[in-house]
Design a protein around this ligand. Structure first.
Ligand code: CP
Ligand code: NVA
Length: 314
């Protein structure tokens, strides 16, 4: 894996390695041990949109791996005054070992990567949120011991997080059913790419159809960052797409509920579901940290270099 821009950048062997590394890092953190695999390395983090989980988990993750993370908001970079993405990528490549970008436009990340001489991580774009879905896959595996053969239902907006879930279907072996109002269904090109990558992905006619018999039930905001101008029409369109107890009761017994957060309590999910026994959202949020540490280690310090470093550390 060279970059993590799309969940499709992750191969089956990379996923297995990431999941194993994340599990080991999680245990080591709980036991208070762990190697400073990224000592002396810096991660630049460029944010064009707000963040709580992504910023904090990457920053803490770099610290715990012995490295350092720089928070660069777009207002304080020369990008704001017209320096090009390409030039910014060239210059940052001379200073840091990797960059994480949360961008309004997905193309900003791909253009940056085309000119960078270091790994580039998508920390959310208008099209995808691969870090989130890797943490979600890890969380599902913690709960069920596998993803293969499970059924995931997505209820709500066919947005960036939904796209990454849909695109991960071939990687995980999980069937993904999406229930969205027609206007907010995932892009057909995304569904085609998911199927071409071996995914089993269907559009359900109603939230009930999607959730019935599901093992994992997902939702996310009706109004994502950048969609605020459409708030009134979106609220109307999504009115029947709320995760409440009667809807989640249609899922399999033992099913879990996931939400990348931030949640809009009472809109896409009720308090009772978010805080209830089926909710996996707090583990899901925590697992961003462990999985991203595994991603950072794999991208910045691959295994061959790692064993050398471990030898040096004694
Ligand atoms: N789930 C997620 O990416 O959260 P933040 O927007 O807080 O980073
Ligand atoms: N779909 C949401 C995810 C936030 C983490 C958004 O893009 O705002």
């Amino acid at each position: 894996m060279k970059n993590l821009i799309s969940i499709l950048d992750v191969s089956v062997p990379s996923l297995e390695r990431l999941m194993a590394d994340a599990a080991r890092l999680k245990t080591e953190r709980a036991e208070g041990c762990g190697l400073p695999l990224l000592a002396g390395r810096c991660l630049a983090m460029i944010f064009e949109k707000p963040s709580t989980r992504t910023r904090v988990s990457f920053e803490v993750g770099m610290f715990e791996l012995g490295g350092h993370a720089l928070f660069l908001d777009q207002e304080s970079l020369q990008l704001r005054r017209g320096e090009t993405i390409a030039d910014t990528a060239r210059v940052l490549s001379r200073y840091v070992s990797a960059v994480m970008i949360r961008a309004r436009r997905h193309e900003t990340i791909t253009e940056f990567a085309a000119h960078a001489d270091m790994p580039v991580i998508n920390g959310l774009s208008d099209r995808e949120h691969p870090c989130q879905i890797l943490a979600d896959i890890f969380t599902i595996r913690e709960r069920f011991g596998r993803t293969d053969g499970l059924v995931a239902a997505w209820v709500g907006d066919g947005n960036n997080v939904c796209n990454s879930l849909v695109l991960s279907s071939g990687l995980t072996g999980m069937e993904v059913r999406v229930a969205s109002p027609a206007r907010y269904a995932p892009d057909p090109a995304v569904l085609d790419r998911a199927r071409a990558a071996g995914g089993r992905v269907t559009l359900a006619a109603t939230p009930e159809d999607a959730v019935t018999g599901a093992d994992v039930v997902f939702t996310d905001a009706w109004v994502s960052m950048g969609d605020e101008g459409e708030e009134a029409e979106r609220r109307k369109a999504f009115a029947g797409y709320r995760l409440d107890d009667p809807l989640v009761d249609l899922a399999k017994s033992g099913a879990i509920v996931m939400h990348c957060l931030p949640a809009h309590r009472g809109d896409e999910i009720t308090d009772s579901v978010l805080d209830g026994s089926r909710s996996a959202v707090w583990d899901e949020a925590e697992n961003r940290l462990h999985v991203q540490k595994a991603v950072l280690a794999q991208l910045i310090c691959p295994y061959d270099e790692r064993s050398f470093q471990q030898m040096l550390l004694g």
